[in-house]
Design a protein around this ligand. Structure first.
Ligand SMILES: Cc1cc2nc3c(=O)[nH]c(=O)nc-3n(C[C@H](O)[C@H](O)[C@H](O)COP(=O)(O)O)c2cc1C
Length: 166
């Protein structure tokens, strides 16, 4: 078992694909699970969590996370750290872009240290609850319109996380 785990929920496969890219960037030092397939017992002993979700509805959490997040957030997170990424579509959902990560943030930020916030420069959208003072609460990824930027965004982000996850 590694110290780092990536937990993702994905309805159409984009968040799953991004989660696998994140795992690759951790050079084999991260485990990965689809939240659809796991129990709390299997994931409670990690030190560092990367939470990945796609955004559905209007700014809602991916369906599989809906059921799992409340019990996950009640775990003992002493000494642990969490980073969040969210998939979104900044053109079709420009006023709720990647807001699912704010749902995760709101549920967890008073229980655990959240790391991996990125500046909103370079993103084109009208509004998102997941941005505060020019910083996203995690990493937004847009595979629908900006897939050509994904690799670079992930590489930068994982380098940042490697400094936190030690
Ligand atoms: C019904 C539906 C609602 C969506 N709502 C949002 C939204 O509110 N905000 C957003 O940024 N993206 C929204 N999206 C876009 C998805 O989050 C995006 O396409 C994502 O890449 C899907 O990832 P997945 O294949 O892992 O589920 C929505 C997509 C669908 C199908």
């Amino acid at each position: 078992m590694n110290k780092i785990v990536i937990l993702y929920g994905s309805s159409g496969g984009n968040a799953a694909s991004v989660a696998r890219q994140v795992q690759d960037l951790f050079d084999g030092n991260a485990d990965i699970f689809n939240v659809m397939d796991i129990t709390l017992k299997e994931v409670k002993d990690y030190s560092y969590y990367v939470i990945g979700t796609s955004t559905t509805g209007i700014g809602d959490l991916q369906d599989d996370w809906e059921g799992f997040l409340p019990s996950f957030a009640r775990m003992d997170f002493s000494g642990k750290k969490v980073a969040i990424f969210a998939l979104g579509d900044s053109a079709s959902y420009s006023t709720s872009f990647a807001e699912s990560m704010k749902v995760v943030y709101d549920e967890m930020h008073d229980k655990v240290q959240i790391v991996g916030q990125v500046p909103d420069e370079g993103y084109t959208y009208d509004d998102s609850t997941a941005v505060s003072n020019g910083m996203w609460v995690g990493l937004p990824i847009d595979e629908d319109n900006e897939y050509d930027l994904t690799q670079e965004r992930l590489a930068k982000w994982v380098e940042m996380l490697k400094k936190e996850f030690v």
